[in-house]
Design a protein around this ligand. Structure first.
Ligand SMILES: Cc1ncc(COP(=O)(O)O)c(C=O)c1O
Length: 384
């Protein structure tokens, strides 16, 4: 199968990720941070090393400011619910994922908070002046993705971080579509809270993610219970990461995330990002040439390996079905958990087809994909 659904989760995982994780699972996987025997200690070591590698990758000073979550949505929810209070104002954009929008709208239904949804520029990006023009005396937080999942454009988070720092506003970044393919430096970019999944472009298994929060930001537990620490206390520990890591950690997933990050470091983030960017642009250029195909991803200098489009007159879910069944190509159709973005693009009714790439895709696959789209467009490819 040609797998172009990497924005949902990456496939395949690098060989080393699966091999080393399965070997750990077979030989030494126990409950980390609970017992004192060799296997438990080895499991704790893997968790520690993963925290340490995440800290290195994102220039986080203290690895204990990172807590593991089960995905990016959980991390984003913790960041949002921990910090927004009555009468706060928050700035976000119409291009954000539902894991931000629904969390914000839920708080709004319970508390008096005000949300500003920014529209992007024509190139589908958000930058510093969008933020500066919308700051109010009660603006508490700016919550934005680094690259959106709809069309894969990057925002200039370094410039935005300079503005949030100047006005003393919390800056929370959703790195779901960028971590592992574009450099993020939380100190240089003044990021207070960083959330990422482990299972997308960090190449770990599903069931993984993390939140980093610095000392300006708050983090509150969503679950209470055993942490393996302070076991004489009937109250949840107040220190990070224990206060967020209730119950047995997904140590197998965390080990896979550790191996994913090690693999990325061995290849190089810049190389991975450049490869996906070049392939995305190649596909866009070819799709634009096909009459009756509408491409939504703009040809910006840098793209996060996402190409979104529709074939005029054909339902996007129907096209993805044909691509799957007849051409063995996996893409996603319909709506992409981003209702305000779809409304902004005028695709809330139709949805669209999203082809999303990883380091493991190549030109040959891109050509097969383009030729399949051409056949579907000319109707000859519709008979399954
Ligand atoms: C931009 C963005 N944010 C957040 C998420 C949620 O990630 P997860 O599925 O790991 O919760 C996604 C998932 O596709 C995403 O694309």
């Amino acid at each position: 199968m040609i797998y172009f659904d990497n924005s949902a989760t990456t496939f395949p995982k690098p060989e080393k990720v699966t091999a080393n994780t399965f070997s750990f699972l077979k030989t030494s996987c126990a409950n980390p941070g609970r017992s004192a025997h060799k296997m438990s200690i080895e499991s704790s070591r893997q968790v520690f090393e993963c925290r340490f590698e995440i800290a290195n990758m994102f220039n986080i000073n203290d690895p204990t400011d990172i807590a593991f979550t089960k995905n990016c949505s959980e991390a984003l929810n913790i960041g949002i619910f921990s910090n927004l209070e009555e009468n706060d104002h928050v700035i976000t954009s119409v291009l954000e994922h539902n894991s931000i929008i629904r969390a914000l709208e839920h708080i709004k239904s319970e508390k008096n908070i005000e949300i500003t949804y920014l529209n992007p520029d024509e190139d589908m990006t958000i930058t510093d002046y969008h933020i500066e023009n919308n700051i109010k005396p009660n603006t508490k937080m700016v919550v934005l993705s680094h690259a959106n999942n709809l069309v894969g454009t990057f925002y200039d988070i370094e410039k935005i971080g300079q503005i949030t720092k100047k006005y003393n506003i919390l800056f929370m970044v959703d790195a779901a579509q960028s971590a592992g393919k574009k450099n993020i430096d939380v100190q240089k970019m003044n990021i207070d809270i960083l959330c990422a999944p482990g299972h997308k472009s960090l190449y770990g298994f599903t069931g993984t993610g993390f939140i980093y929060a610095n000392e300006q930001a708050k983090v509150k537990p969503v679950l209470y219970g055993g942490t393996g620490s302070f076991s004489d206390d009937i109250h949840q520990p107040e220190i990070m990461p224990d206060k967020l890591e209730t119950g047995t950690l997904n140590v197998v997933g965390i080990k896979s995330l550790l191996e994913g990050i090690r693999w990325i470091n061995s290849v190089g983030i810049d190389i991975i990002g450049a490869k996906e960017n070049a392939l995305a642009k190649y596909i866009i250029r070819k799709l634009i040439e096909i009459e009756g195909v509408t491409v939504y991803t703009p040809l910006n200098d840098e793209l996060a390996g996402i190409v979104s489009f529709n074939i005029d007159g054909l339902d996007s879910s129907f096209v993805t079905g044909v691509l799957d069944l007849k051409y063995d190509i996996a893409v996603r159709g319909g709506l992409h958990c981003n209702p305000l973005g779809h409304r902004y693009l005028g695709t809330l009714e139709s949805g669209f087809i999203r082809a999303s790439l990883s380091y493991f895709n190549n030109m040959n696959e891109a050509d097969k994909f383009i030729s399949a789209v051409k056949s579907i467009k000319s109707n000859s490819g519709l008979n399954i």
